[in-house]
Design a protein around this ligand. Structure first.
Ligand code: IMP
Ligand code: MG
Length: 195
């Protein structure tokens, strides 16, 4: 079942806040419902469990957008797993990517000899991932894979390929399930398109 704007408790709350602050109210349309996301994340978790059968994993989440995806995905992986997090800035508060990637937080532990899955919310131009991939490969991991909840293939500027993709989307801006617009909407349970 696809949740609609009207039957969702959270979205009117956001709109009231915007109204009170006299801000332009963006239209949010549900693109992937929480049920659709949960079903797809479970499939990805099973696939990863099969691919790495019996081996330990390190899930490296890209803060902050991938936090929710990582926490759901991790619970669908039936393998000995640890977490690490990395933080980069590439967007500021804009919808446009400046093309500049700045490392704000590195991984806590060496990735040498480990099975690493870099977990990202959305693969857009690929600039962030190209930077992070190179950085992690320099650690000489045993295996390196990328899991992206969303993939905007048509926007790619770097030849980056994700091994595990939740959904492919066209060139549209989405929020929710960890993803933000100017840091807001991360806590929406569905993935919504901003119009
Ligand atoms: P890239 O370097 O262009 O691939 O940028 C990837 C990052 O940009 C993602 O990790 C997101 O944080 C952000 N991003 C790209 N598209 C969207 C979007 O539609 N909504 C929210 N964040 C986005
Ligand atoms: Mg991000």
């Amino acid at each position: 079942m696809v949740a609609t704007f009207a039957d969702n408790f959270y979205y009117p709350g956001f709109r009231i806040l915007e109204f009170l602050e006299q801000r332009k109210v963006p239209e949010l349309k549900v693109r992937f419902s929480r049920e659709q996301i949960a079903a797809r994340v479970a499939e990805l978790g099973s696939q990863i469990t099969r691919d790495f059968a019996g081996e330990p994993l390190v899930l490296v989440g890209v803060l902050k957008g991938a936090a929710i995806f990582l926490s759901d995905l991790a619970r669908q992986i039936a393998l000995d797993s640890t977490f690490d997090f990395i933080s980069v800035s590439s967007y500021g508060n804009q919808k446009q990517n400046s093309g500049e990637v700045k490392l704000l937080k590195d991984v806590d532990q060496s990735m040498e000899g480990k099975n690493v899955i870099l977990v990202e919310d959305i693969l857009d131009t690929g600039l962030t991932m190209a930077y992070l991939k190179e950085m992690i490969l320099a650690h000489h991991p045993r295996a390196f894979k990328i899991a992206a909840l969303l993939d905007k293939k048509c926007r790619r500027r770097q030849p980056i390929h994700a091994d595990y993709v939740g959904f492919e989307i066209p060139d549209e801006f989405v929020v929710g399930y960890g993803m933000d617009y100017a840091e807001r909407y991360r806590n929406l349970p569905d993935i919504c398109v901003v119009e």
